[in-house]
Design a protein around this ligand. Structure first.
Ligand code: C2E
Ligand code: MG
Ligand code: MG
Ligand code: MG
Length: 291
């Protein structure tokens, strides 16, 4: 009897483990299938000049439309994709789609920039700069049209390797932004010596800055810090007109957030653009600093 009980315990334990592993395996194969079967979508969230409200471009954000589970947001699968290594395939897909969208818009006379988010593994991939160079060449795109967003955390895993990749990308003329600034632990001394052009203030500091004076002073000092380092500064998470006005007063350069536009399917961007530019009575002539 004893052996039977032990066996039963083992089976229970083992089954629990198996469920865990098989769920992981299902998610991996689901993600692989997602890439092949076009279940991934590139959404765009617009980025504007805070002072003039002119549109400057957008950030590319991934969405996964799962056949059974519906829309899945990146926070639910990007960390997992990062752990299992499948992120490199996702990044390649996003970079390719971003270049296609940029080339598409250009053929319609729209010269804009798109920012793609990179992960830790991407920054440790020594082949990434060459892969991006190929994509730009194939789509005959100016390097400045593609921006890359990196987080402090993704730089810290293997700082030397990441720095090599970052330097190569910068040498190619790509613009780099530090994303979610203020939430990481990297030193300013380290960040200062990196060839980045932009700091994006994390939305947790921006969202309630009209109500919370502590948040407002963090945003103010980050804007000043960025400018003192010669960097462009972007605020994310602008949810109302007050915050947008406050940021303009503080001298923030660029902004994005639900008040301006939520992330949208790439085909809806031109409709949003027409409405936004009409509302703000500005010419539809975006990104002329790029041409
Ligand atoms: P992120 O790069 O910081 O992107 C900004 C996130 O803030 C987006 O969430 C966007 O929808 C959200 N957001 C923008 N404005 C507002 C606002 O006014 N209010 C609120 N509450 N939220 C706002 P999303 O699309 O769910 O993406 C979450 C994160 O997932 C991104 O944060 C980024 O770190 C990651 N991610 C998204 N797409 C990709 C991708 O293609 N590759 C990689 N590696 N990461 C990605
Ligand atoms: Mg980002
Ligand atoms: Mg961000
Ligand atoms: Mg974020």
């Amino acid at each position: 009897h004893e052996s039977k009980i032990k066996k039963a315990d083992w089976i229970v334990y083992n089954t629990a483990l198996e469920i865990d592993q098989s769920e992981t395996l299902t998610l991996i194969s689901d993600l692989k299938e997602a890439i092949q079967k076009n279940q991934l979508l590139l959404y765009i969230q617009p980025k504007i000049d805070v002072k003039t409200r002119k549109t400057l471009g957008g950030e590319a954000l991934i969405r996964w439309v799962h056949p059974e589970k519906g829309m899945i947001f990146p926070d639910q699968f990007i960390p997992f994709a990062e752990q299992t290594g499948i992120i490199s395939e996702i990044t390649n897909w996003m970079l390719l789609r971003a270049c296609q969208v940029l080339a598409d818009y250009r053929s319609q006379g729209l010269h804009m920039s798109l920012a793609v988010n990179l992960s830790t593994r991407d920054l440790n991939n020594m082949e990434l700069p060459e892969q991006i160079a190929d994509l730009l060449k194939i789509h005959r795109l100016d390097a400045k049209a593609l921006k890359l967003e990196i987080t402090e955390g993704s730089l810290m895993q293997d700082p030397e390797r990441a720095e090599t990749v970052v330097r190569k990308l910068a040498a190619m003329g790509l613009h780099l932004a530090i994303d979610d600034f203020g939430t990481g632990y990297s030193s300013l001394a380290y960040l200062r010596q990196l060839p980045v052009q932009e700091l994006k203030i994390d939305r947790s500091f921006v969202m309630f800055m009209d109500k919370n004076t502590g948040d407002a002073s963090i945003v103010k000092s980050t804007i000043d810090l960025a400018h003192n380092l010669g960097l462009n500064v972007v605020a994310e998470g602008i949810e109302n007109e007050e915050v947008l006005g406050q940021l303009a007063k503080l001298g923030c350069d660029e902004g994005q957030g639900y008040f301006i536009g939520k992330p949208m399917p790439e085909k809806d961007f031109s409709i949003w653009l027409e409405r936004w530019e009409g509302q703000n009575e500005i010419d539809i002539d975006i990104g002329d600093d790029l041409s």
